[in-house]
Design a protein around this ligand. Structure first.
Ligand code: FCB
Length: 458
């Protein structure tokens, strides 16, 4: 049981309305494990994580949470917590081991399709609504060998993948998310090299960005076409960007264009933010083909905001193209930070909803991810995580404020259900509502999970 004081909030679930979606969010590569089972081939993350020095802890996601084998009992636990929606992603190399589909000469892995079919059926039988993300970063390695995201053919590869998935599951699943955080995998994957596939060159950056933006819209069109009554959206990582001093305003405007506007504006028919980021004009000059700029637009039913922290930036002559750099919370003397070093500042949730909600053309907003990593320890078989309880209470309150002011916020997905493989950080940062002992695979509901349980069952 939780001490009564941590349970109290000055709002309850009903304040969000009867139709509000309450979910958790996950990603295939972070939880499934079973990377070489039943016909799955490696993704870029399998290759990347085996390279020395790429993952801070030297770990891989070969086993992860064993969700591939444990999804039945895990979803029972999810049900117990009271969430009515579960967001998960489809592993592309589990479904198409060659990356390409039959139209391009590749195979469909029926065992992969069957796994997701069982998972979806299990969600439905428990009364949990499945939300599918088509792409959460695990590109088949076979496609990376053909050039990956900088290769224009990715638009066709992704179209066929989307076609296959929607035809397989579209009669059971209505909620579809095309991409998870396009900025992260294009820029970190092909320019800074911090994420898979770990390539670093400016030459790749503009093609990777443009093909990602094309895929975002193209994917939306295919889902709309194949899935009756589809509810189709896509997600964006987003953070309010503040200048460190008044002199840094121009730097903040540039970082905002990169972090918050780069992928939503083309989807809304506004094009790339080239005025603030002149280097992006290279896309129209060198990368795009005739008709592309129109093809970037798609009328999404909803957008997913993934918000964790705000950024404070200052002018910098050492950072080419952006001429700005981050001013860390430590340098700003901010005490409330997570294990990731991210500032906890609930008001920024309200601010970011307001920023995105002001675009004409944004019809509905879901918080498709928000959460925090803190040092969790098991004591007498329990995990007491008051900081995470407060994080969610405060970020929810800020979400509610935006909703009450009329912004169309329709759901909140906690990142995340189970502690899992946190990409380049390894297993160390724990974001889950459920603790996972990675040696034994034992699950322990943390007090944050218990808090949600009471909140959602109220
Ligand atoms: C987001 C990712 C998600 C997870 C959280 C902490 O950027 O979409 O997979 O890593 O951050």
């Amino acid at each position: 049981m939780l001490p009564h004081s941590t349970l109290q909030t000055d709002f309850d679930r009903h304040a969000f309305g009867p139709d509000f979606t309450w979910g958790t969010a996950t990603a295939a590569y972070q939880i499934e494990g079973a990377v070489d089972r039943d016909g799955r081939t490696p993704s870029v993350w399998d290759i990347f994580s085996k390279q020395k020095g790429k993952i801070k802890t030297g770990e891989t996601a070969e086993i992860a949470c064993e969700f591939y084998d444990r999804y039945e009992s895990d979803l029972l636990l999810h049900k117990e917590l009271g969430f009515n929606a579960f967001r998960f992603s489809l592993s592309w190399p589990r479904i198409l081991p060659d990356g390409i589909g039959p139209q391009a000469g590749g195979r469909i892995n029926e065992a992969g399709i069957a796994f997701y079919d069982r998972l979806i059926d299990h969600c439905l039988s428990l009364g949990i609504t499945p939300w599918i993300t088509l792409y959460h970063w695990d590109l088949p390695h076979a496609l990376e060998q053909k050039g990956g995201w900088p290769n224009r053919k990715i638009v066709d590869w992704f179209a066929e993948f989307t076609n296959i998935c929607t035809l397989a599951f579209g009669h059971k699943v209505k909620h579809w998310i095309i991409l998870n955080e396009p900025l992260a995998f294009s820029v970190l994957g092909y320019f800074t090299g911090q994420h898979a596939p770990g390539r670093r060159s400016f030459r790749n950056l503009l093609p990777a960005i443009h093909h990602t933006a094309l895929v975002q819209a193209e994917g939306g069109r295919i889902v709309r076409q194949n899935v009756p009554d589809a509810h189709v959206g896509t997600t964006f990582s987003c953070s309010p960007i503040d200048p460190f001093t008044p002199r840094d305003q121009a730097a903040a405007t540039r970082v905002d264009a990169l972090m918050n506007r780069l992928f939503i504006e083309p989807a809304l028919g506004l094009g790339y933010p080239t005025r603030e980021l002149p280097f992006l004009s290279g896309i129209a000059k060198k990368v795009a083909q005739p008709g592309d700029m129109e093809r970037l637009a798609f009328d999404f039913d909803f957008i997913g905001l993934q918000h964790y922290f705000r950024a404070v930036v200052e002018q910098s002559y050492f950072m080419p193209y952006l001429w700005a750099k981050d001013v860390s919370p430590l340098r700003r003397n901010v005490q409330t930070i997570t294990e990731m070093g991210w500032e906890v500042n609930p008001e920024t949730m309200y601010r970011i909803i307001r920023q995105f909600g002001q675009y004409e053309g944004v019809k509905q907003i879901y918080i498709t991810e928000s959460g925090a990593a803190f040092y969790d320890t098991v004591q007498q078989g329990m995990v007491h995580d008051p900081a995470r309880v407060s994080y969610h209470q405060d970020y929810l309150k800020s979400t509610l404020r935006a909703k009450q002011e009329g912004f169309p916020v329709a759901g909140y997905f906690v990142w995340t259900f189970l502690d899992n493989f946190e990409w380049a950080e390894g297993y160390r940062p724990r974001f889950g509502l459920v603790y996972v002992d990675f040696r034994t695979q034992k699950r322990i509901i943390k007090s944050s999970g218990r808090w949600f349980q009471q909140f959602l069952n109220d």
